[in-house]
Design a protein around this ligand. Structure first.
Ligand code: ATP
Length: 488
């Protein structure tokens, strides 16, 4: 069985070999931290997005979805604070010229200490880091790195520059004329949230939405990440699923707790056990937040953030009101305790923000299993992706035992019956054993084999991915069995 780091590498190779995820423009040696989803990866990703959309939008009468543009007026990013604040403290090694995010460098050291059995020391350095970052004490951070003798993994030296801030937004020119003038500079959005904030009034008025209500969105975001070598965990182009929930000022903590619990429920509904998740409460709060936490999953590379839940106060709407000089307020005609309407105010916001790609990586990490099936007589093994049925790229493989004797015709007719309802895969090449193994590797929960007996009794063999059990069932029950298993 693979170790954790081997397991991570094995998952990456598996994704490439079986058409889930490829490095971008690979024929030109790839592009750092950019990936393409292949035929099965894109199905998995789409199923995850649909599931999120269904649980957040379809099942909540007070949440609606939008699809805002990636390009936004440049003032958006001045108002939101991204031009001035969306940066990470970085440090360069003077010998290797390699640049590191200081928190990653220190976390790496803490992990090393933990592996060596120095749990206490590991916790102390992380605590110290949190405190120093919260105070923006960059000299202190540099001292922490030096005192703990943290070295660059390339040069092996501790010859560090000072700690500096590095903005993570990509910029490009807008319109036909290329120029260095700031006026033409436009950013690729680093988060989808701002598309929601600038549309707050449009949606609230056109949808006659009453507070509390939410606006959800799925879309691309771009960040010029410096240390980006963890497969699809940290990409320069990625996708987010965000929901901004607008509430009455003063009620934000109650809603923050509500969404924390709701989102954890959603994670558990993916069939992942509670022991693989944990909350991480932020000590250093972003400039807009009055409370924030992450939901972390135990990846093969350790516990890492999949989703952030942030109480963003009225920061964003207030800033957009200030920069646009347009009133962005809500009139609340509900009555307060003294019987007067709450009146006009800028709503507070609790947001849930989850990365699509990190969720894909989480589902794949949880699903990937290498099994030794050897018996005394023969060696055997398989790789199986135990992806939940509703998320699996292919739900049903339809396999005629041989390519003749009328079996393909029966298989084709089943295929035509099922494919409008869910994703099916038809295959008549290779032995049945090999075809089963291939479907296991793609995470297909059900295979159905049509054999000569089927012609006599209209029964087929259904084979279950997780248990490898086989059962004879009537042909006309196949569609319903799969459909029922897809329900969550
Ligand atoms: P990190 O600390 O890991 O950089 P973050 O706290 O900056 O993440 P948020 O700004 O809260 O992330 O973004 C919300 C979600 O978007 C994250 O929980 C993550 O799932 C996803 N995300 C953020 N950056 C990336 C990235 N570079 N690649 C893939 N997903 C990302």
């Amino acid at each position: 069985m693979a170790t954790d780091s081997n397991r991570f590498q094995a998952i990456i190779s598996h994704c490439k070999e079986y058409g889930f995820i490829f490095p971008s423009s690979e024929i030109y040696d790839g592009l750092g931290a950019v990936y393409d989803y292949g035929q099965w990866g894109s199905e998995l990703k789409k199923n995850i997005k649909d599931y999120w959309w269904k649980s957040m939008v379809q099942l909540h009468e007070n949440i609606v979805g939008i699809d805002a543009a990636i390009f936004m007026h440049p003032t958006t990013w001045k108002a939101s604070g991204h031009v001035d604040n969306f940066s990470d403290p970085m440090i360069d090694n003077k010998d290797s010229k390699k640049r590191y995010r200081v928190d990653h460098l220190i976390e790496g050291k803490a992990e090393e200490l933990e592996q060596q059995g120095h749990q206490d020391q590991s916790e102390i350095i992380l605590k110290e880091m949190d405190t120093l970052l919260a105070e923006n004490d960059f000299d202190g951070i540099k001292k922490l790195i030096e005192n703990n003798k943290i070295i660059c993994s390339v040069s092996g030296t501790a010859n560090w520059t000072d700690v500096r801030q590095f903005n993570l937004m990509f910029s490009t020119e807008f319109g036909a004329v290329s120029s260095d003038e700031e006026d033409n500079k436009i950013y690729l959005r680093p988060e989808t949230a701002q598309g929601i904030f600038v549309n707050f009034l449009n949606v609230q008025k056109s949808g006659r939405m009453k507070i509390p209500f939410g606006i959800a969105q799925i879309g691309k975001a771009f960040r010029n990440e410096i240390v980006a070598r963890q497969f699809i965990f940290r990409m320069r182009e990625f996708e987010q699923m965000e929901m901004q929930f607008f509430v009455r000022p003063g009620t934000q903590m109650q809603w923050y707790e509500h969404w924390k619990a709701q989102r954890m429920q959603w994670h558990l509904s993916l069939g992942i056990p509670a022991s693989k998740y944990r909350f991480h409460d932020h000590v250093k709060l972003a400039h807009y937040a009055d409370a924030a936490c992450d939901i972390e999953y135990d990846f093969p590379i350790g516990f890492k953030e999949v989703e952030g839940i942030h109480s963003r106060t009225d920061f964003d709407l207030k800033k957009h009101q200030e920069f646009s000089r347009k009133k962005i307020q809500y009139f609340d005609n509900d009555l307060d305790e003294s019987g007067k309407p709450y009146g006009n105010y800028i709503p507070y916001v609790v947001e849930t923000s989850i990365g699509v790609d990190r969720t894909v990586m989480m589902v794949l990490s949880e699903a990937y299993e290498e099994q030794d099936l050897s018996t005394e007589e023969k060696k055997d093994s398989r790789v199986v992706l135990k992806i939940p049925v509703h998320l699996a790229p292919i739900k049903l493989a339809i396999l005629p035992l041989v390519k003749k004797d009328g079996l393909p015709e029966i298989a084709r007719s089943l295929m035509n019956d099922c494919k409008p309802v869910f994703n099916c895969f038809y295959e008549e090449k290779d032995t049945i054993g090999k075809r089963y193994r291939r479907m296991d590797a793609l995470g297909t929960p059900f295979c159905v084999t049509i054999d000569h007996q089927t012609k006599e009794d209209n029964m087929v063999t259904i084979r279950y991915r997780d248990t490898m059990q086989q059962q004879r069932i009537p042909l006309d029950q196949v569609k319903n069995i799969v459909k029922e298993a897809m329900d969550v």
